[in-house]
Design a protein around this ligand. Structure first.
Ligand SMILES: [Zn+2]
Length: 433
């Protein structure tokens, strides 16, 4: 794998000396927005932002499927009693929205997905042969943040979390947590994300944690073993645990050096107790499973905010909202450009035609400077069914038959490649850089 793909290209539109800010870039690139009538901390996603988000969601689901996860959907609401059982009501209520009265019952916007997944596990009897059972969901959860701390995609009240819970035997827990850390590392590498540290988050003073010293000790010992086996350096931090157990937090930093947690791995003995979870062991007796909570890319909001600042709009081709822009030289080549557009769409590529009505060729090329691939279609390309590509970094590969050019772009996109072109191929024009 190449190193940081950003390093290979100039950051195209960042003002010199200014730190990238995903809120400003999100507006300029038309990725997301907010409206006072919807409310602060409740961003909406515009088509280009939605394209990035959809691609990321499919990427992570694909990786999870390969790693043996099964995906579910569960509702974003639950009865108040559910959170009394999980302990959220006692330990996490300040961060929850107030309950809604529905006649005789109260329902709450969920503050996490764990309780729903515990109930899915409990929906029928489980045998040790089914374990580890890995249940994943990219689902909504809600946090009643104060409006003063909201802004952009990093502090939101509606969160789409890439979440999963592995229900396993106590003997399997460490292996599952190690595997989750590996999955996280692999996803970060593909996305170009470089975490600043791994943190072992322990409880601190105060009453917000569930009291059961033996379970805390056991979970902390297991997570420490997991970190040692994974060979990653880590720091312990008190006061950062979840209310029900310690966790491994994988920290990222923004351009200003502000740290936040992106990915997490937790080993939890508490919620299986609270929900009375069981499996039948090889001995025919009932046993308590362990829950490994893990998030690979954290919330979709936070990871997209990070990627916007990391790439400053010049996303790798597989993530780019528009992957290829077709530039007919004149109206004479418009029909040809539309035909090529259809072939791109058939290949699953995100493509646009920018015709002469959008200005001179130079102006259209400048406007498309963040698009990974540009193709000028003149009379020769139209007549010979060729695509003369210009890469975002300024390189110009030899004109190729359209089918071949699209196959090569498609292969790089399918592979989530950080590079724009096959590095082994000589690219004429590269010396222009
Ligand atoms: Zn959980």
């Amino acid at each position: 794998m190449s190193s940081n793909p950003v390093a290979a290209e100039a950051a195209p539109q960042a003002a010199p000396g200014s730190a990238p800010d995903h809120r400003r870039l999100g507006r300029e690139l038309e990725l997301f927005g907010t409206d006072p009538l919807i409310g602060s901390g409740l961003p909406y996603w515009l088509p280009d932002g939605a394209a990035i988000r959809h691609t990321l969601e499919e990427f992570i689901r694909g990786r999870e499927r390969r790693a043996g996860y099964q995906h579910v959907y569960s509702p974003v609401l639950g009865k108040r009693e559910l959170y009394e059982i999980s302990g959220h009501w006692q330990h996490y209520r300040d961060d929850m929205f107030p309950p809604m009265d529905l006649g005789a019952e109260q329902v709450v916007l969920r503050p996490s997905l764990c309780p729903h997944h515990a109930l899915i596990y409990r929906s029928r009897a489980r045998s040790h042969r089914e374990l580890p059972l890995r249940i994943a969901e990219l689902g909504g959860m809600y946090r009643s943040e104060l409006s003063g701390v909201l802004g952009g995609l990093t502090r939101v009240r509606a969160i789409q979390l890439n979440d999963a819970h592995v229900f396993c035997t106590p003997e399997q827990a460490a292996d599952e947590a190690v595997a989750a850390l590996e999955l996280i590392g692999e996803a970060h590498r593909v996305l170009g994300i470089r975490p600043v540290r791994h943190r072992l988050s322990l409880p601190g003073a105060g009453g917000k944690y569930v009291a059961d010293p033996a379970l805390w000790e056991r979970a902390t010992a297991l997570l420490t073993e997991v970190l040692r086996r994974s060979g990653v350096p880590f720091e312990a931090a008190e006061g950062e645990a979840a209310f029900y157990g310690p966790k491994i937090d994988i920290q990222i930093a923004d351009a200003a050096g502000r740290e936040s947690t992106l990915s997490t791995v937790q080993i939890d003995f508490h919620q299986p107790e609270r929900f009375g979870l069981r499996y039948t062991g090889p001995d025919g007796a009932k046993h308590r499973p362990v829950m490994v909570h893990r998030s690979v890319i954290g919330s979709v909001e936070r990871v997209v905010a990070h990627l916007i600042e990391l790439y400053r709009g010049a996303f790798p081709a597989w993530l780019a909202p528009t992957q290829l822009v077709l530039l007919p030289l004149s109206e004479g080549e418009r029909e040809r450009a539309e035909q090529v557009r259809g072939r791109c769409l058939d290949r699953g590529l995100r493509v646009e035609v920018a015709g002469p009505e959008r200005g001179s060729l130079g102006a259209r090329i400048r406007e498309a400077r963040l698009v990974p691939y540009q193709a000028v279609i003149g009379p020769r390309e139209a007549a010979d069914d060729l695509l003369a590509l210009r890469l975002r970094d300024g390189r110009r590969p030899e004109p190729l038959p359209v089918a071949e050019a699209l196959a090569r772009i498609g292969a790089l996109v399918d592979a989530c490649a950080p590079e724009l072109w096959d590095a082994c191929e000589p690219v004429p024009g590269a010396e222009r850089r």
